[in-house]
Ligand binder design. Structure first.
Ligand SMILES: *[C@@H]1O[C@H](CO)[C@@H](O)[C@H](O)[C@H]1NC(C)=O
Ligand SMILES: *[C@@H]1O[C@H](CO)[C@@H](O)[C@H](O)[C@H]1NC(C)=O
Length: 132
């Protein structure tokens, strides 16, 4: 088990909350829910950027809401675990999710990604200034 997986597993056991869709502005702050539009089991946590995080239960392959806080940063959700080899030319990600894509981030089923996310990593945008 990777350290990041263990970290989330412990966090999940101790801090499950019903998240509210309030816009926050914490770099690395992500609200995840198992259901679309902030339904199901939700959790808000602040994650380090530039670090791959493999999801733990109940979010592993079961995340339908993935909402990063506002800011000049984005996340790539992946359909493989951290460290796994991606053999797809599209990079095994659905592409960047940031706070500016309301449909995608609150209802991943629209992208057929509601049962897909196994891991993610987040980065600062280096080419945008509007959310700094
Ligand atoms: C989530 O909300 C959007 C926008 O209101 C809506 O179009 C979509 O059907 C909702 N998804 C679910 C699964 O209820
Ligand atoms: C910034 O870079 C990202 C990743 O390369 C790209 O997807 C996005 O379109 C760029 N945004 C702008 C405003 O150029």
């Amino acid at each position: 088990m990777q350290l990041s997986t263990l970290f989330l597993a412990i966090a999940s056991a101790t801090s499950l909350v019903t998240a509210k869709p309030i816009e926050k502005r914490t770099i690395g702050g992500i609200t995840m829910c198992t259901g679309a539009n902030f339904t199901g089991t939700c959790e808000y946590r602040v994650w380090p950027l530039e670090t791959c995080i493999t999801l733990g239960a109940p979010f592993y392959k079961n995340t339908n809401t993935f909402v990063p806080d506002e800011g000049n940063w984005f996340c790539y959700p992946y359909l493989m675990d951290c460290g796994a080899i991606c053999r797809s030319p599209t990079g095994c990600t659905m592409g960047p999710i940031d706070s500016t894509r309301p449909d995608y981030r609150t209802d991943l089923q629209l992208q057929h990604w509601d049962k897909m996310i196994r891991s993610f990593d987040c980065h600062f945008y280096t080419n945008r200034t509007e959310y700094v």
